[in-house]
Ligand binder design. Structure first.
Ligand code: SF4
Length: 449
């Protein structure tokens, strides 16, 4: 049972020192009970209290980490059922399958697509995360060789897939230092797989025939001291997968069911032979709580929409996406090039910079910090007004890069013209640009320093 705020408070030092970021121990206790703070933020909790509080401070779905180094994938830690309540924390890992019975050129093609299919969107690089190495032959040598190839040729996370402990051990010898996800422990091999997971410090997938069997296995493994687990309920029919994913999330969050408080893996690659249907099922699993989705292959026309869906679901709905303020050079501008100014809402930045590129007129683009708000909203909120924009123009020192003193503001912000001229001084000329960014190319072609 989770502790209440008052129960937690009784275990805190009660010195109200404020080092945890809130002014009192009581406020910290309330935040901890609500899952909005981490116990580590208080440096003064005694070891005894820590042990008692660990239960209260642990997220209902355990956080596990797959991989090592820069491409480490975090899963779990989620605290809400719907993204509009707060935010989903750790985006679904997207994985591609290779097997030890595939032809070499097929494996090479999948690894090549894994490395090269990446997309830039609102300043983020979107790409797949993991390669799943599956033993179909049951041959430890072939499995180990394939795991070594994947480790040497990619920098992604690895999933080792076999239910034979001897084959798994060979795979772990090849790439155990990359901390792969082991798939999978079943009721038949759980003890042997658990021993390997402990020896190599890897996360272990628990695969059962339904929720009851999975719960029994996770309870057995955690009692044996293995806590970093991932769940596969064994369901492959889309409706059953959907139901299981929702049941697991609700059980962990609403019922505090510890046996199901782990991230999940979904296998759309085993749900259909139709590649487009597989993509649809993968998108369902991204939307409904899949920690990892395993695809049979990566193709741009299916991967890109999946990555976009994931990005949209896992962005914080309460925090607009923002671009860093400053000067952006587009197309190699010179001292005679036009200077435009806009807000740091990412979508605004990408649309405006895209239209400038389309115009083929090199330009300077000054991005003002509007806390991620678009031009009109920022203007209404007092974040894109004359003195703020003027201060941003002065701070970025654009005057040292150009030999004219003209700046173009968005048409929707025409109302700030007078204030901005006053802020910049009489030697500056403020021009009102188009309202719609689609008209920027035509406007720039007419522009003269
Ligand atoms: S850091 Fe610890 S002792 Fe200090 S106010 Fe926070 S909870 Fe209390």
């Amino acid at each position: 049972m989770a502790l209440t705020g008052i129960q937690i408070y009784k275990l805190l030092p009660k010195t109200n020192c404020g080092e945890c970021g809130v002014p009192t121990c009581l406020a910290f206790a309330m935040s901890l009970a609500a899952g909005k703070a981490e116990l580590a933020a208080c440096p003064y909790v005694t070891e005894e209290s820590k042990a008692e509080l660990a239960d209260a401070s642990a997220p209902p779905i355990r956080i596990v980490e797959i991989g090592a180094g820069e491409r480490k994938l975090k899963m779990g830690g989620e605290t809400v059922l719907f993204r509009h309540e707060k935010t989903f924390l750790h985006p679904t890992g997207i994985a591609v399958l290779v097997t030890d019975e595939m032809a070499e050129d097929e494996v090479a093609g999948r690894l090549e697509r894994f490395k090269t299919l990446e997309y830039e969107r609102v300043g983020l690089t979107l790409k797949a995360d993991l390669v799943a190495v599956k033993s179909l032959s049951g041959d430890a040598g072939k499995f180990s060789a394939l795991a070594t190839k994947v480790k040497n040729q990619t920098d992604g996370g690895i999933i080792l897939m076999t239910e034979d402990a001897a084959v798994m051990e060979a795979g772990l010898k090849a790439c155990g230092d990359c901390k792969p996800l082991m798939y999978a422990a079943t009721k038949e091999n759980a003890d042997a797989m658990s021993a390997l997971a402990k020896e190599h410090g890897c996360v272990l997938t628990v695969k059962g025939d339904g929720l009851d069997e999975v719960s029994e296995l996770t309870t057995r493994l955690t009692a044996a001291g293995l806590n970093d687990l991932v769940i596969d309920t064994g369901a492959r029919a889309p409706r059953k997968v959907f139901e299981d994913q929702i049941f697991i999330r609700r059980a962990a969050l609403l019922k505090k069911n510890k046996a199901l408080g782990f991230p999940t893996i979904c296998l759309p690659c085993e749900m259909t032979d139709d590649f487009m249907k597989e993509t649809l099922m993968a998108s369902m699993c991204v939307a409904k709580y899949g920690g990892i989705v395993l695809l049979s292959d990566l193709q741009g026309h299916s991967l890109f929409p999946l990555l976009l869906a994931r990005m949209n679901i896992y962005t914080d709905p309460q925090r607009p996406m923002a671009t860093s303020p400053g000067i952006y050079e587009i197309g190699g501008p010179s001292e005679n090039s036009p200077v435009l100014v806009t807000s740091n809402f990412s979508l605004t930045y990408f649309i405006v910079s895209g239209e400038i590129e389309t115009s083929r007129v090199p330009a300077w683009l000054i991005i003002v910090d509007t806390e991620g708000l678009s031009v009109l909203t920022a203007w209404a909120a007092g974040k894109f007004v004359g003195d703020v924009v003027g201060a941003a123009i002065k701070k970025c020192a654009i005057a040292e890069k150009i030999n004219h003193k003209k700046v173009v503001i968005p048409g929707y912000a025409a109302a700030i013209l007078g204030d901005l001229e006053e802020e910049l001084g009489s030697d500056w000329e403020v021009l009102v640009g188009p309202r719609e960014s689609a008209h920027i190319p035509a406007y720039l072609k007419e522009w003269k320093a």
